[in-house]
Design a protein around this ligand. Structure first.
Ligand SMILES: O=C(O)CCC(=O)C(=O)O
Ligand SMILES: [Fe+2]
Length: 289
């Protein structure tokens, strides 16, 4: 199996819980997606404002099904799947993908978290999930690039509901392990472990920061039926227990974007919507900055 990750990339991932790969995509491969987003920044009305702790929204949308549009092809590209399987050391399936945007001046933070905290509540037994963050636009310290605590994947799943304790443990992890600002050029990718502590700051610039996050689970690690926690009713963006099960990942060639073998950027993908009562966690896309 060919993969673009070399031995030292894999060692870095195992040690640090993340590895950034420069130029994993050529920026030109992602240009049609960026152009489509600029033309329709609501992503067909699918972007919602997800609130941070202080009630400030940042736009996101999420999907599980993979169609023949750019955002359905990227998660199936051989370089994506091969690299992920090299890190997981076993076959994977698509868990979900997201677009997250920090528009210029977006005040919302992405609060520090471990992705596995939520996925555990989907019933997933082991922390065998990898996320690939792809910079579609440059991500800088000024526009709120992803921040990670290197080595924090070895802490295990922290109890985020015990907020005081979580804060103290987070502070201690940042003090002892440090904090990395993962600045990225368009086309760079960062692979990170589902227990790696991460978050991102406000966008204090006049540039937009668009990221694509593709998450994979090990095929051996499907959610256990009836073992969900707080996500039991698909509370996070209506992803059902059925959506979470392993489905065959139909790989596509690495040149699909270069050869423009897609029908559109995001017209064919079924996006998930937040649960009907938007509550205080989400805001309608139309109200976004
Ligand atoms: O967009 C970001 O900076 C991080 C997004 C993230 O961590 C998530 O959606 O789980
Ligand atoms: Fe996350």
């Amino acid at each position: 199996m060919s993969t673009l990750l070399n031995k030292s990339d894999i060692e870095a991932y195992e040690r640090d819980g993340y590895v950034r790969i420069r130029g994993f995509f050529d920026a030109s491969e992602l240009e049609p997606l960026l152009a489509a987003y600029r033309e329709d920044p609501s992503v067909r009305g699918s972007l919602y404002g997800m609130m941070d702790r202080d009630g400030a929204p940042h736009p996101i949308c999420i999907w599980t099904e993979l169609a023949d549009d750019i955002i359905g092809l990227v998660p199936r590209m051989e370089r994506m799947v091969n690299a992920t399987e090299a890190l997981l050391t076993e076959p994977c399936y698509h868990w979900h993908s997201k677009i997250t945007v920090k528009p210029p001046g977006c005040v919302a933070l992405i609060d520090w978290h471990q992705d596995f905290a939520s996925w555990y509540d989907d019933g997933v037994p082991f922390p065998k999930l990898v996320t690939v963050g792809i910079a579609v636009e440059p991500a800088t310290r000024e526009n709120g690039c992803l921040q990670l605590v290197p080595g924090s994947h070895l802490i295990g799943k922290m109890d985020y509901l015990d907020t005081d304790n979580f804060e103290r443990r987070l502070e201690n992890a940042q003090k002892t392990l440090g904090l990395v600002h993962c600045e990225m050029n368009a086309g760079d990718a960062v692979f990170f472990h589902c227990n790696t502590l991460h978050g991102s700051a406000s966008n204090n610039s006049d540039t937009s920061r668009l990221m694509l996050f593709v998450s994979y689970n090990a095929v051996s690690n499907e959610p256990i039926p009836d073992a969900q926690g707080a996500n039991e009713d698909g509370q996070f963006m209506n992803i059902s227990a059925e959506d979470r099960l392993s489905k065959p990942l139909e790989r596509v060639s690495d040149d699909v974007l270069r050869r423009k073998q897609f029908k559109s950027a995001f017209n064919h993908t079924a996006f998930k919507k937040p649960v009907t009562d938007l509550g205080d966690t989400f805001q309608q896309a139309v109200e976004l900055p």
